[in-house]
Ligand binder design. Structure first.
Ligand SMILES: [Zn+2]
Length: 275
């Protein structure tokens, strides 16, 4: 087991530092008290799901995608709060931590930092999709990985929240749209790739069982997942740009169904990794 107690979990790294750490990581030479070690924490053989960090996308002056009646930030928060309540009530021994419980703006780097600080075993970010064609519909769940640039549409949109941060240049010291930044993001989650894909696949399976259109599991270079030191997924629970799906996501019935899908996926994931 790696020493993880004294890690500076909230340090922000410049791109140069990150590339250096990743190089050392690849050579097995990473110094002890760095985020690089945090990334190596919790191999699948010692997985327990005791703490889950739920992240409602966007917030405050970042509304995310807009539907005709609502904003992504509000739908995401409602679903996250309901999901957290259900987990705490029905999964004894599992603690839930939130990146936000109200309509506030949080920097993308601050979200996984909360999960890291709380030693969370899972990081789940909830978002709504959007597309210029109103007929686009369905659910998809993303893990941090690298695909061809033209396939990074969701990542580009979700990462753009960085640009709304007051001091993003100071926080990141790199351009979120630079292709090499996207590669760094994907490398950082590499050690959790299999478990992240496992959870993402279970989520998509549950959405399918509820007859939602299944757009699958995708790998994209997502800033909000990159520095999470645990399996991390970003789930797009439906298209807010599609009037029918927006109505569904705003309804109590729809929210209950989405929450049940995510909850069942978490329970199945927990059983699988702990057995
Ligand atoms: Zn979003």
């Amino acid at each position: 087991m790696l020493e993880t107690r004294h890690i500076d979990k909230e340090k922000k790294y410049t791109r140069k530092e990150l590339l250096g750490l990743l190089g050392l990581l690849a050579l097995g030479l990473a110094p002890k008290n760095t985020a690089a070690n945090l990334l190596l924490k919790k191999s699948s053989s010692m997985m327990r799901v005791k703490t889950i960090c739920l992240d409602a996308g966007h917030g405050g002056h970042d509304p995310g995608a807009r539907g005709s009646r609502s904003s992504e930030k509000d739908v995401a928060l409602r679903v996250v709060l309901r999901l957290g309540e259900k987990i705490e009530k029905e999964l004894p021994g599992v603690k839930v931590v939130y990146t936000r419980t109200t309509d506030v703006f949080k920097d993308l780097y601050a979200r996984p930092a909360i999960a890291n600080k709380q030693n969370a075993d899972l990081f789940i970010s909830v978002h709504c999709n959007s597309f210029r064609r109103r007929a686009a519909q369905g659910t998809e769940t993303l893990v941090c990985g690298f695909n061809r640039l033209e396939e990074q549409e969701v990542a580009m949109r979700e990462n753009a929240s960085i640009l709304l941060e007051d001091d993003y240049e100071e926080n990141y010291n790199f351009d979120p749209k630079d292709p090499s930044t996207l590669i760094v993001f994907s490398l950082m989650q590499r050690d959790h790739r299999d478990q992240s894909i496992r959870l993402a696949s279970l989520m998509q399976k549950e959405f399918s069982r509820s007859a939602r259109v299944n757009r699958g599991v995708k790998e994209q270079s997502l800033a909000v997942l990159a520095t999470a030191g645990m399996p991390a997924v970003l789930t797009e629970i439906g298209f807010i740009s599609n009037p029918d799906e927006e109505k569904f996501m705003l309804s109590s019935y729809g929210q209950n169904q989405i929450v049940q899908n995510l909850y069942d996926a978490i329970v199945n994931y927990k059983k699988a990794v702990e057995s």
